[in-house]
Design a protein around this ligand. Structure first.
Ligand code: NA7
Length: 545
């Protein structure tokens, strides 16, 4: 690769970076270089190797769609894809499409700055690289910068501690160990039952009780795959692309109050038995929008918790009372509530007994001192903006992205930021990605960015930049949509509420994947209104169509 003639630099080699590299290289013939911090591909799935880690999207739809052969050849083993298998899949994609020759591993991008004189992005890495390209594309993930709470004394802890999002590759031996897990989000709910199976004693430190639905995970239904999925992949994927959440399923339209109490109960029972997110989307259309309907589903799950968990004191702690179902990330699990019936598993409600410090031997709460060999932080991520802020990104006139986003991220379509020309974000704040089946959103971004670059190159345009007004309007739109949802009723990472001091701004676009796609298609058709398109050597004068 001739690095003096790079067209694009892509940061990250997860789903986003791999797909973007493939698209720009194979479809536009661009000279692309990818920088990846890990020693292999995978992104989120490279780092999140904690016990029980898997994706909540069903495996048949958690994939790239750009190659029919890949779709037909690859076989998942489980209903939901587990982390090792997702990593194997992404490894396979990288090998099959010869992507690794354009990826530099073990390299963290530390800074990127736009040079107005040359219209180039200059990128610096921790390995001493200094490279430049016309386009900068971030594929850095939205939940990839771990949140380790600032609890006094962590340095003094004599045991081992790990964050779920940067789990040791060699695994952790829990046998015979006293273990603490702090956090009960997706990572906690997935890992707690598996850790409980392996350790001598487990104490879970819970700040917010969760609604979670049994995943009913198991082997994949081969007949379903061979007869219904593989022959119909094109249609299924097309349906997913225009759906609300990036999955090819029909959402129930009826209201929870279109049926009587016993019918409603039977529908919830059936959803609970079938498991997964179908419990929500297959039952009633207004669970996620109407508080009264939502209460019927929330009550049903609370009744299940009471039914499953035997110890009444644990039940009281496990009942989610402070937010409606689905206002935080909807969770699915395997044996989560059952785990609390095991004698060696205990639950500490941090609202009653908050952590004061970490000591040499364990955790000191307000009223107890606990000894541990291992502490697991399942405490989530500085989502959506954290990974941007780890890099020093500088746009026009020395503007820092960190400063421009100090009151919360601001983007046009989640894809671009004004004053940062030719920088595109995959799954950026303001896009629907985190509220969807990720690969579907990621591929939409990739295609759209590729088409835009192609359009610009055809027209001799070499500066693409979101207009401040379009960015403001998009931010307003994202906010207005969020205000109508139940997402505003909980303290979640969607709002930055998990990070002390982070501005409370709802970051994803909650209008749905299909609605978002439609807007992106229209914008492309109309010649990209909202973007300032110009030629560098004509002093940024917009080019008329
Ligand atoms: P999440 O969903 O952010 O969950 C983190 C959990 O850690 C959650 O229960 C938090 O409680 C808890 N937490 C966070 N900070 C603290 C402190 N300081 N003290 C105690 N407990 C704390 O992260 P996950 O890794 O589980 O999942 C992230 C995403 O990955 C998930 O949504 C999927 O998209 C995949 P809280 O609820 O904030 O009170």
């Amino acid at each position: 690769m001739n690095e003096s003639e790079l067209d694009a630099i892509v940061i990250g080699a997860g789903f986003s970076g791999l797909g973007m590299l493939h698209s720009l290289r194979e479809e536009l013939g661009l000279n692309v270089k990818v920088f990846e911090k890990g020693s292999g591909v995978g992104g989120t799935w490279y780092w999140n190797r904690y016990p029980g880690a898997r994706c909540d999207s069903e495996s048949y739809i958690y994939c790239f769609s750009f190659s029919q052969e890949l779709l037909q050849d690859w076989s998942w083993s489980g209903k939901y894809p587990e982390q090792p298998e997702i990593l194997s899949y992404l490894e396979h994609v990288a090998e099959r499409f010869d992507l690794k020759r354009n990826i530099q591993f073990n390299t963290t991008v530390t800074a990127a700055s736009y040079d107005e004189e040359t219209n180039l992005w200059h990128v610096e890495t921790d390995q001493g690289d200094r490279v430049s390209a016309r386009y900068l594309i971030t594929g850095i993930g939205c939940i990839s910068t771990g949140n380790i709470p600032d609890i006094p004394g962590l340095d003094s802890f004599q045991g081992d501690w790990h964050h779920t999002g940067s789990w040791p590759h060699e695994g952790v031996d829990f046998s015979g160990k006293k273990v603490a897990v702090i956090g009960t989000g997706s990572s906690g709910v997935q890992s707690i039952p598996v850790i409980a199976d392996q350790c001598a004693e487990l104490k879970v430190f819970q700040r917010t009780a969760q609604f979670t639905i049994p995943a009913r995970h198991g082997s994949i239904d081969q007949q379903f795959i061979e007869e219904e999925v593989k022959p119909n992949y094109a249609e299924l994927l097309e349906k997913a692309r225009w759906s609300a959440g990036g999955i090819p399923v029909d959402f129930a339209k009826r209201s929870a109050f279109d049926v009587n109490d016993s019918e409603r109960q039977a529908i919830y029972e059936a959803g609970w038995k079938e498991g997964g997110h179908r419990f929500i989307f297959g039952s009633f259309g207004d669970i996620t929008s109407d508080l009264k309907s939502n209460a019927t589903a929330s009550d049903f799950i609370r009744s299940k918790i009471r039914e499953i968990v035997q110890d009444p004191l644990k039940v009281e702690k496990l009942l989610p009372m402070d937010h409606p179902l689905g206002s935080k990330r909807a969770l699915i699990d395997t044996n989560y509530f059952d785990t609390y019936n095991q004698e060696h598993v205990d639950l500490i409600d941090l609202n009653e007994d908050p952590i004061e410090s970490i000591t040499a031997s364990g955790i000191q709460t307000k009223s107890h001192s606990f000894d541990f060999d291992i502490i697991v932080f399942a405490t989530g991520f500085d989502a959506m903006t954290g990974s941007f802020f780890k890099m020093d990104i500088t746009g026009r006139q020395g503007r820092k992205l960190k400063d421009d986003w100090s009151n919360g991220p601001s983007t046009y379509l989640g894809l671009q930021v004004s004053n940062f020309p030719n920088m595109f974000m995959i799954t950026g704040p303001g896009s629907p990605s985190v509220l969807s089946n990720m690969p579907v959103s990621i591929e939409q971004h990739i295609e759209w960015i590729k088409d835009f670059i192609e359009y610009a190159e055809d027209k001799g345009i070499d500066i693409i930049e979101a207009e401040p007004e379009a960015e403001r309007d998009w931010g307003k739109h994202v906010n207005e949509i969020a205000e109508k949802t139940l997402y505003m009723q909980a303290n979640s990472w969607y709002l930055g509420a998990n990070i002390p001091g982070k501005p409370r701004v709802f970051m994803p676009y909650a209008g749905g994947v299909g609605t978002y796609r439609k807007q992106c298609v229209e914008i492309a058709k109309e010649g990209y209104p909202g973007f300032h398109l110009s030629k560098h050597d004509s002093l940024n004068v917009a080019v008329a169509d």
